[in-house]
Design a protein around this ligand. Sequence first.
Ligand SMILES: Nc1ncnc2c1ncn2[C@@H]1O[C@H](COP(=O)(O)OP(=O)(O)OP(=O)(O)O)[C@@H](O)[C@H]1O
Length: 319
Amino acid sequence: MEHIVLTNGLKKSFKTQGKTVEAVRGVDLAVRRGEVFGFLGPNGAGKTTTLRMLTTLLTPDAGEATLAGCDLLKHPQRLRERIGYVSQAGGSDRGMSAWENLVLQGRLFGMNRHNAAAQAKALILAFDLEAIVDRKAATYSGGQRRRLDVALGMMHRPQLLFLDEPTTGLDPQNRARLWEEVRRLRDSGVTIFLTTHYLDEADALADRIAIMDQGKIEAEGSPRELKKQIAGDVVLLGLSADGAHNEKALELFSTQPYVREASYEQGHLRLYVHEGEATLPEILRLLDHAQIGLKTISLSQPTLDDVFLRQTGRSLQEA
Ligand SMILES: Nc1ncnc2c1ncn2[C@@H]1O[C@H](COP(=O)(O)OP(=O)(O)OP(=O)(O)O)[C@@H](O)[C@H]1O
């Protein structure tokens, strides 16, 4: 298996107002060539700091990395030519049109006028920007501007494209459209390294994901593999009981043979069970018997949030 990104023990701390923040505390990542790699984690987990190190914008305190065949520390310049980076803010100049932005970007990467124009034309078609190509970027909708940002990141034909939260702020339609474009880029051979807050996005788009929390990688694998670790179903019980009852309910269910794991948080008892449908009547019977009131009950397949919850004891949505 060829890896396009391999990191070993990457670390970065910041000192502010006499305090040290360990933003990244020894990160090992392996991204395969040609995949969409989703990088997930709550606010402040260290995703952007990792991304900024990998894209040469920040020097690591320790560790090493190889990207697209280049050593991060020894050959940053060569590495920059092989990767693209689309930051959260995007890279377009709003006073210029899509066409001007793209051609300028190509020229900045050392392309001659002819090559820059040819690549700009191809990207305008690929990202469906024909209708607005001569208008100033300041007049674009959020979705149009994002498409231009990604096109700009692709101008110098990178092998590896970093997208930092590409769909934040987009409406569902534009999100779906960008997902399609990311898939098409992947199908054309580009490796995509994507950070996101959205679990459904990582689930739908990423071939493999890494979940980061508090500066460390907590889990890595395909969404399917990760969810398989939590075999079975998740039953979520909304209890109307008070604190003492909740303790009792947790204790009660923890000892049932069909419950693999039970946890309690914010009024909800979460049970990981082998076969949800078959165990529901038994769960209801037990609650009734113990005289514990029930407000809601739901049965679902495990999500990436359940994976995160299991690793960290917190919900990614809430974190
Ligand atoms: N330049 C800096 N100076 C001081 N602290 C920093 C700096 N950059 C990041 N940090 C801190 O490092 C930690 C990790 O931040 P980082 O931006 O990498 O997280 P993130 O996972 O990208 O979060 P988000 O999803 O909110 O963008 C946070 O505690 C943050 O406050």
